[in-house]
Design a protein around this ligand. Structure first.
Ligand code: HEC
Ligand code: HEC
Ligand code: HEC
Ligand code: HEC
Length: 413
């Protein structure tokens, strides 16, 4: 019964091009915390392969989230993210990201955005050709002008069609390839993309890169190199005296069963300290560890922030370890057959994690410690990973996988 009503509501929503569910911007903002790791705090992502969501049409966002959930748009990273979302969550999130446009444009956040990676394409990109194709299409090759559906300068006024302006070119190129090879399906786009040559795709990418044509892209790709910490580094240093025995004087642990904390993200460290404390109040919550429970007991929230700032400001001396090919393959590609998401999706290409949210840096960490954590996630004795992100993966790892991954990750630089 519920299902019938549901599809009716969706049908209606499509007809009117309006959201069947009213989205609540504030609720969406709260729910978006888990998305920030990849899509950025304001929906402006720092990683080329993760799309910006700020200012995107809410209707389009809802449609994509539904597609990720029902599998009609398949992506190993977004599938588990969307699986847990209700219709209301989707509408709230969409409302928030649509409204995030202004905030993003005037943002002075201290989030660290990475510089756009300029990889030299094998073909020489021609932005002018990309622009011509975008605006006029190519009748001879049956390519409809993109502007017809995506609007002038990539700002579409059809709510179910995505804005392309200010989107990462690398992401857009990947989508064009996916529409072309059919791995992402949409009738209009599959038709359009099937006629695009490799040169067209690169030219279009170059056009999207062209700031004068698609708005000020530079605005969202500014490099903030200054490391800022929300906690007080000096106060944290003073507090760290009690931690030295296990985590080392500067956060570099000498004993391999203890984690190094140096250079770890502040967000992640604060979360762990809070989680250790939460577990002492309710054993079903947080991260239970008998040793750390005692350590965090006397810490106030400010102490935690200051300690996190101190360790984040230190430099990691990577563990001595030799690389591992099996581990490397799992890390970079995962294993689709066994449903293992590639670690790179969340811990990034260099293992440095995604700082502004809580995806930890793991590169150069002690292998013994990494192994112990993967085993804990596998057994769910560590269960403080939002949405079971790590447990879902670890449960599919064999003992051999865990050893291989621990070696590889520990040897990453
Ligand atoms: C671990 C990283 C990660 C997290 C966390 C994440 N996403 Fe994504 N998201 C991605 C990737 C990667 C893609 C692009 C998939 C593709 O290439 O098709 C994507 C695509 C999307 C898209 C499609 C955008 C477009 O232009 O088509 C939407 C909408 C989206 N994500 C929403 C969300 C929301 C809402 C959340 C939080 C509930 C979230 N994502 C959390 C990685 C992530
Ligand atoms: C007939 C209308 C139409 C035309 C013409 C068209 N598109 Fe699209 N495009 C769409 C729709 C609809 C979607 C959303 C598909 C979905 O819901 O998954 C889309 C999605 C996209 C996306 C993915 C955006 C994202 O955020 O994931 C890209 C990139 C794109 N189009 C580029 C182009 C380019 C380049 C052209 C011209 C060569 C073009 N489109 C022509 C309708 C069109
Ligand atoms: C007696 C040894 C010991 C002392 C002293 C100690 N820790 Fe730990 N710490 C550990 C162990 C063991 C773990 C790993 C727990 C697990 O396996 O989940 C850990 C884990 C952590 C983590 C999580 C690291 C990660 O990568 O997830 C943080 C953060 C942390 N400790 C901070 C501190 C701080 C801050 C202090 C001082 C106030 C401190 N620790 C004192 C033993 C210690
Ligand atoms: C969908 C995102 C995602 C993927 C994919 C992922 N991780 Fe994680 N990982 C996380 C998050 C989030 C945490 C931190 C959980 C928390 O808040 O305590 C984490 C924590 C960890 C930790 C513990 C770090 C520490 O300092 O305690 C290790 C080790 C780890 N991941 C290894 C891996 C490996 C190896 C893979 C690939 C097999 C992988 N992860 C894939 C999201 C992911």
């Amino acid at each position: 019964m519920k299902k019938v009503i549901f599809s009716f509501v969706i049908g209606l929503g499509m007809l009117t091009q309006a959201n069947a569910f009213e989205g609540d911007v504030q609720a969406g903002k709260t729910k978006a915390a888990v998305c920030a790791a990849c899509h950025g705090a304001n929906g402006i992502s720092a990683v080329d392969m993760y799309p910006n969501l700020a200012g995107q049409h809410a209707d389009y966002i809802v449609k994509q989230l539904k597609a990720f959930k029902d599998g009609s748009r398949s992506d190993p990273v977004m599938a588990p993210m969307a699986a847990g979302l209700s219709e209301q969550d989707m509408s709230d999130l969409a409302a928030y990201f649509q409204s995030a446009k202004k905030a993003a444009a005037t943002s002075d956040e201290s989030t660290v955005a990475v510089a756009p990676v300029t990889t030299a394409p094998a073909l020489v990109a021609d932005a002018a050709k990309g622009k011509a194709l975008y605006e006029h299409g190519d009748k001879a090759r049956s390519i409809t002008a993109c502007i017809d559906c995506h609007g002038k300068d990539g700002a579409s006024d059809v709510l179910i069609n995505p804005n392309l302006a200010k989107q990462h070119p690398e992401y857009l190129e990947k989508q064009l390839h996916a529409f072309k090879d059919g791995s992402r399906s949409n009738a209009s786009m599959n038709q359009v993309a099937s006629n695009l040559s490799e040169a067209d795709i690169i030219n279009l990418g170059a056009y999207f890169k062209d700031t004068s044509a698609v708005g000020d892209v530079s605005e969202m790709q500014t490099v903030t190199v200054v490391k800022t910490f929300s906690g007080d580094v000096e106060a944290g240093k003073a507090l760290s005296a009690t931690c030295v025995a296990c985590h080392g004087a500067d956060g570099n642990a000498a004993v391999p069963m203890y984690p190094s904390l140096a250079g770890q993200s502040e967000h992640y460290l604060v979360k762990q300290l809070k989680d250790f404390k939460a577990a002492t109040v309710n054993s079903d919550e947080g991260r239970a560890d008998p040793v750390m429970a005692g350590m965090v007991a006397p810490l106030s929230e400010d102490d935690m922030k200051n300690l996190a700032a101190y360790y984040a400001s230190q430099t990691l001396r990577p563990a001595a370890s030799k690389s591992n090919e099996v581990g490397q393959k799992l890390y970079l590609i995962g294993d689709a057959k066994r449903g293992i998401t590639a670690c790179v999706a969340c811990h990034s290409i260099d293992g440095k994690g995604m700082g502004q949210a809580s995806f930890p840096a793991i590169a150069g960490q002690n292998a013994t410690y990494i192994k112990s954590q993967l085993e804990k996630f596998r057994l769910s004795t560590r269960g403080n990973d939002t949405n079971g992100m790590m447990r879902n993966i670890a449960v599919k790892l064999s003992d051999e996988d865990i050893v291989a991954l621990s070696e590889y990750v520990s040897a990453m630089r």
